[in-house]
Design a protein around this ligand. Structure first.
Ligand code: PLP
Length: 387
């Protein structure tokens, strides 16, 4: 009866306009209508990636796009560097190792970001590195890596390709793929892109295309990026695409336009991030990340002192229909994750903080009722005065 208030790191709520777009009559993926839809939509997504390169669409989750990036550029025995600051950096390590690559892992504590200097120092003694992999937004910790600066380190200390997992960032965080020297940027539909799961988006630089051409994508068939590029020139995909999701993606582009362009979407995410952070400060509940590394799409909140986290977030879901995600790996039981990406607005943050406070009262947690909501409101009001 009650709608689930999904404040997760993905999947995320779907706008009605997108749902309706996806409910259109099916069309053939070899039709003129599809070619028009594909060409127009992929063109309109480019500002969200910050690229002039083509956007390729894979009928898959984000993992397949990460795997495509690995298998198309490297061969067994190639040496790569993976920057890991949490679960999804580790994920890139696993994919690379599965394909027989030799991984040099720059590992940071969960909750920290990697700096340009750290990556530079790590790369200096290494030679023959084929690619450097990094996660833009580490979904397990709510850390936003400074991927623009990390790209500078890659260029200053190597000739390697620079490959970025943007899965929980793209659509909510600023992205300048071309300017930041990113060679392959990948994302999935179900997070800040306001779509259901099932569509992966990726873009490839000229430098990476040369490597892919010489590599011949020997190990890949379904994920062969050369065939995606060949078919994209005809406005199509090599196999049956996720047609409905592409219709939905077109509606997502309309929504971004209605908001005033992608820079406005980024601003909204920044406001929501600040609302969540300031409200937790006001409730004296600790955050996992520093201000500097904080993600605009997801905030990791430490377990309020003295509370049993599983009982608290279980109670929020059962009683108030407010659905947060718990911590992963070493952070299980220690943090919960408050998603504020995609189809999420300041009013949704006010709602979630208010319900969080109701839950805290139910657990007799000592705090000043209303303090979190007030702090969030102040951030919101001051953002309205500025705009
Ligand atoms: N990378 C990041 C940063 C993610 O958050 C996720 C999913 O949560 C993935 C990769 C994997 O994406 P998918 O589950 O769509 O395969």
């Amino acid at each position: 009866m009650y709608p689930n208030i999904l404040r997760h790191p993905g999947p995320t709520p779907i706008p009605k306009k997108v749902e309706l777009a996806m409910a259109q009559n099916m069309i053939s993926h070899r039709s003129e209508e599809f070619v028009k839809l594909y060409r127009e939509t992929t063109e309109r997504v480019k500002p969200v990636f910050g690229t002039k390169q083509d956007i390729l669409l894979l009928p898959s989750g984000g993992t397949a796009a990460m795997e495509a990036a690995v298998v198309n550029i490297a061969s067994p025995g190639d040496e790569v560097v993976v920057v890991t600051v949490g679960a999804f950096g580790d994920y890139f390590v696993s994919i690379c190792e599965k394909y027989g690559l030799k991984v040099h892992q720059l590992q940071k504590e969960w909750g920290e970001a990697c700096t340009k200097e750290e990556l530079g120092d790590f790369l200096k003694p290494l030679s023959n590195i084929k690619a450097v992999f990094a996660t833009y937004n580490e979904t397990s910790t709510g850390v936003l890596n400074p991927v623009g600066q990390l790209g500078e380190a890659v260029r200053e200390h190597s000739d390697a390709l620079y490959i970025v997992d943007g899965v929980s960032a793209i659509g909510g965080a600023p992205a300048e793929m071309d300017e930041w020297g990113i060679d392959i940027l990948v994302t999935g539909s179900q997070k800040a892109m306001m779509l259901p799961p099932g569509l992966a988006l990726l873009s490839v630089s000229d430098k990476a295309w040369k490597v892919i051409e010489s590599n011949g994508s020997a190990a890949a068939y379904y994920l062969n990026l050369l065939s995606y590029r060949e078919w994209a020139e005809k406005g199509m995909t090599p196999n049956t695409p996720a047609v409905s999701l592409i219709m939905g993606l077109s509606a997502v582009c309309d929504l971004i336009d209605e908001e005033g362009g992608f820079s406005k979407t980024v601003e909204r995410h920044e406001v929501m991030k600040n609302m969540v952070r300031k409200s937790m400060n006001a409730l004296s509940i600790d955050l996992l990340t520093t201000e500097e590394n904080a993600s605009p799409t997801i905030t990791a909140i430490r377990t309020p002192e003295g509370l049993d986290l599983a009982s608290y977030i279980g109670h929020l879901k059962k009683t108030y229909h407010l659905d947060f995600a718990g911590g992963l790996g070493p952070l299980q039981g220690k943090i919960f994750r408050f998603g504020h990406m995609g189809y999420c607005f300041p009013s949704d943050i006010l709602e979630a903080v208010s319900l969080m406070e109701a839950g805290l009262q139910d657990f007799s947690y000592p705090f000043e009722p209303g303090a979190g909501v007030k702090a969030a409101q102040e951030v919101y009001l001051s953002s309205l005065r500025k705009s």
